[in-house]
Ligand binder design. Structure first.
Ligand SMILES: Nc1ncnc2c1ncn2[C@@H]1O[C@H](COP(=O)(O)OP(=O)(O)O)[C@@H](O)[C@H]1O
Ligand SMILES: [Mg+2]
Length: 249
C-alpha cells in the first residue's frame, strides 16, 4: 500500500486557539498526528537575548525556531508518514482549558473521514494527516511550501494578550534536562517582544495590517479564519470541508 501524507498547517498568534483546533481535528481524522512548532524551538540556552530589552526573545522568527531542524523533520514525515522517534514534544506538559465541540459535528465528520479512509485503503492508498500547529508557520518559504493546506486563525490583540496573561507558562527544552523547564513571561514581555514579533512575521501576508488586512497572496491559498467570530464547531466545519476537497484533488 502506498502512503499519502497531507500536511494541514494551522497558524496563528500565541493563544489564538491553534492547539485547541488541531486536537479536535486529530480526533476526527483517522491516522492523524500533530506536529507542534513549539517543539522546534532551540533549547533555552540558545534563545537569543533581545538587544534593547535584555530579555530572552522566544518570539522573533529568526531565532525562535530551529528552522533547519523543523524543515528536515517536515521532509522526513512527508516521506515516511511517521514522526521520527527522537522528536520530543513538551506539549503534554502544557495546561489547556478544553473548548468542546458538539457531538453532532464531531460524529458527522468522524464518519465522513472514516469512510474516505476506507475508500482510499481499498484503492491501495493509506492517508496520513499531519496537523502542523505553529505560531510562525507562514514565515519560512520552505515550511510554507511543504504545507498542503494553510489555515490562519486571527484573534484580536486584546483577546490574545488576555489569554496569554492567564496562561501560567510554557514548558520548553533545555539541554541540561530532558524534561525541560517552565518559561514565564517577564514584565512587559507582551508589548516588547510577543506582539512586535507577531506583527513582523505576519504583516506582509496580511497586506500590512495584521488586525484587519486581507491575505495578500504572499502565502498561497491562505484560509483566513476570524477566530473570535466563529465557534470552534464552525472552524472545524470550515477546515473539514476544505480537507474533503484536498483529498479528492
Ligand atoms: N475558540 C475559542 N474560544 C475561546 N477560548 C479559546 C478558543 N480557542 C482556544 N481558547 C482558549 O485560549 C487559550 C489558548 O488556546 P490554545 O489552543 O492553547 O492556543 P495556541 O495553541 O494557539 O497557543 C486556551 O486557554 C484555550 O482554552
Ligand atoms: Mg499551542
Amino acid at each position: 500500500m502506498k502512503t499519502r501524507v497531507i500536511f494541514v498547517g494551522i497558524g496563528g498568534a500565541t493563544c489564538s486557539g491553534k492547539t485547541t483546533l488541531a486536537k479536535h481535528l486529530r480526533r476526527i481524522l483517522p491516522g492523524s498526528m500533530i506536529l507542534h512548532q513549539d517543539d522546534f524551538a532551540p533549547p533555552q540556552e540558545k534563545i537569543p537575548v533581545h538587544p534593547e530589552y535584555g530579555v530572552q526573545d522566544w518570539d522573533s522568527a529568526e531565532g525562535a525556531i530551529d528552522w533547519p531542524r523543523m524543515i528536515k523533520t517536515l521532509e522526513e514525515v512527508k516521506r515516511t508518514g511517521v514522526i521520527p522517534p527522537e522528536h520530543y514534544s513538551h506539549d503534554h506538559l502544557n495546561e489547556q482549558r478544553d473548548i468542546p465541540i458538539g457531538s453532532e459535528t464531531f460524529e458527522r465528520w468522524r464518519d465522513a473521514f472514516t469512510r474516505i479512509d476506507e475508500e482510499h485503503r481499498q484503492a491501495g492508498e493509506q492517508l496520513i494527516w499531519v496537523l502542523v500547529d505553529g505560531f510562525l508557520l507562514f514565515w519560512h518559504p520552505e515550511v510554507v511550501e511543504n504545507l498542503d493546506v494553510r489555515v490562519f486563525l486571527r484573534v484580536p490583540h486584546d483577546v490574545l494578550k488576555q489569554r496569554r496573561y492567564e496562561r501560567h507558562g510554557y514548558h520548553t527544552a533545555v539541554q541540561s534536562d530532558p524534561e525541560g523547564t517552565l518559561w514565564r513571561d517577564p514584565p512587559h514581555y507582551w508589548e516588547q517582544i510577543v506582539w512586535p514579533a507577531y506583527v513582523a512575521a505576519h504583516e506582509r501576508m496580511l497586506g500590512g495590517d495584521v488586525e484587519h488586512g486581507r491575505p495578500s497572496g504572499s502565502v498561497p491559498e491562505l484560509i483566513l479564519i476570524e477566530g473570535l467570530e466563529l465557534k470552534v464547531d464552525d472552524m472545524v466545519e470550515r477546515v473539514c470541508t476544505q480537507l474533503v476537497d484536498v483529498v479528492k484533488a
